[in-house]
Ligand binder design. Sequence first.
Ligand code: ARG
Ligand code: ZN
Length: 880
Amino acid sequence: MRNDDGQVIRLEDYRPTDFAVHHVDLVFRLGSETTEIEARLTLERRAGTDPAAPLVLDGDDLTLTGVWLGDEALAPPRFDATPDRLTLRELPAAGRFQVTIATRLDPAGNTQLMGLYRSGGVWCTQCEAEGFRRITYFLDRPDVLATYRVRVEADRAAAPVLLSNGNPQDAGDLGGGRHFAVWDDPHPKPSYLFALVAGDLDVLTDRFVTASGRDVALAIYTETGLSARAAYAMDALKRSMRWDEARFGREYDLDIFNIVAISDFNMGAMENKGLNVFNHKYVLLDPDTATDGDYAGVETVIAHEYFHNWTGNRITCRDWFQLCLKEGLTVYRDQEFSADERSAAVKRIASVHGLKAQQFPEDQGPLQHPVRPTRYREINNFYTATVYEKGAELVRMIATILGAERFRAGMDLYFARHDGDAATMEDFLACFEEAGGIDLSQFALWYHQAGTPTLTVRERFEDGRLTLGLEQDLQRGAAGTGTQPMHIPVRFGLVSEGGADLVAEPAAGGAEIDGDVIHLTTPSAEIVFEGLAERPLVSVLRGFSAPVTLRFEQRQEDRLRLARLDPDAFSRWRALTDLVGEHLRNASIARAAGESAAFDARIVDAIIASAEDERLEPALRAQMIAMPGEAEIARLVGQNVDPEAVHEAREAALTTLARRGEATFARVHEAPAATGPFSPDAAAVGRRALRNALLLPLSIASGSPDLAHAAFAASDNMTDRLAALTLLAHRFATEARTRSALDAFFERYERDALVIDKWFTLQATAPVPEAVEAAERLIGHPLFQLANPNRARAVIGGLATGNQRAFNRADGAGYRWVADQLVALDRLNPQTAARLATAFRSWRSFEPRRQSLAMEALRSLAARPDLSRDLADIVERTLA
Ligand code: ARG
Ligand code: ZN
């Protein structure tokens, strides 16, 4: 199926289409076997183009059943068609004309889940990035904007609900058990925002009145019987709508907003105009089946897709190289929303943690690419942590550099100037340059230069003078992008002995200081602060003001003090986490060499102290006592990683912490839990997080699963239940009682797909070498379905990305097993296979034996003649 001509798409080749599409009229006749589609396009040559140029439309795996120009049926050579292309010749040189194209599809056979497919009994679509061309031939690119009118016909019994974008216009009966609905979307949009859903769905409805008084009907559609579980998503939607009005002045613009939850979905969710389609994982919740993490995920993704209505839909991307224009910006917006709705520090720590776990390894390995790439083979492979999460960091830096007011002015200008446009990253930056009265040309390098810069900081204190030396370094990486010095905003504070921020005036220096931000724009700079009565504690990179690796050889006692009293909560967390991370890194290296490294008691005591520090909110305390995971430690080790040594070093540190902290942890754990019914509010979430974080050291200290069994038995919500069960499965796997707990959990939730995904994942992620064999047994389980992306991710992804020890097993069995699963999955769903294959991205950081085993597995994949373009692209770049 390799539809690969090895073709690379380049930014510099961009040029507008010869034809504009003004309007699209679609008719879908949905049938149980096949679906017939008629697309009538109203077209016009763009001024200044070749009047004889043919119209070349994109297709992907299409069956053409007819073509008309106006009312005239065409025959070759007026057109020629392949499954991937339709070329029409001798079209009018001027004025509007209509082309009608008929295609026939088999949605039930569409296992790629791109284009029109069936999930359960439900017809649904996914068109971003290039799925619309799997429905009909089209100029399937984001800079072709048209209004759409869609008529859907189906059997009423199979599909009582018929949805598409925009406002409902008409509906009625067709006789013979068939009915129809017509939808009209007045907002010109690119084809990737088209959507259609038809099926037997339940609905939860509500309404929202916008600031200017528009009454919007809200609806969330789910599988039958599950609409009650959409209540929290509905609440999050209304809060998102209100927040976007208050924070960015953005109102909703249609009379109706629909969300549909689908169980077979390649990604998280999709922002189709007026009809968001979601992986049901990001819609359906209740305390009995979803964890607090799931609640946070739903809130974030609901907000994200809603915010796309302005940043993505009303202003879209000129081409796919500009993906960060909508994704980075929208992630920034959803992060800000969550920060405002919950604790800002807790949210920021979670975001930075995610950035370091996902984006840093990507940026430091073979899949590295700039936030605004300049070439790709398969665009689906660029929906990455770099485009999304680093892209969000770049927007955050613009906000830091400009300050809140000028940032808002820049956003206002962007909305005013580009509403209705397909824009570029340069258009976006120009708005901030203009509104902020600032030159961002150096800042723009962040979009073009791949890799994580290193920021080195040095301090010297003498006679009341503090000198800070800053230096930036961007190693040339695989992406081969430049290494010019960037504009790095470094938020900082000078903290007194007593834990107060000092106000110190900088003397003349090499870097510009604006309030609490140092603007490093040169390779290195020095800043001198004078007239200091005492030597301050230097707190740098507060709030993680730039996505860099910080190297600061700060005295350990200063770091321990900052961990206790930095007025900036994020920096307290970072000070402690960095100390722990450094120990784990050194201990892993020592173990690999057959030595051991003691865990400094002062660091251990700092962790223990934070567990009962009443000044910290419980969620923050939970974050302070959580040890970095094995993958994070491997990233800190960086090269020649021995995953067994990492595992042992982490276990040893956990044991030290558990023994030394047992009394304290027990005290905190036993403090009466808040009473009352379950609530997903931030305070309750924090209390659960802290108690569950303590389960691990307490179980290690006692060497007994009793506490976890008690917690499992007493749990009245999924957060506590899953925390206890995971601990049992990961640490007491061989005990009969663990097996009974797993079985009891399975029986209770057998019919609940989202919970059964968790059951699969927690077994695939058990940090033992035998997890490879366990995963092999799991894919033989009657409820395992390779074709369902959530299930495939639960087991294959669980092992490949959630189980460093088993995936990187010394005998290579983990690599081989994952490679085999990828081959099978690629035949069904290339996009999901390619995504899972990125698990190999850090293979070169392991010790030589594992490197060669991973390389063998990758090469065996690369050698297959039938690989999809998606998977081949990832495998080949990973090997390059
Ligand atoms: N635009 C969607 C979102 O971030 C994601 C679409 C992902 N598409 C893909 N081909 N991977 O909200
Ligand atoms: Zn998005």
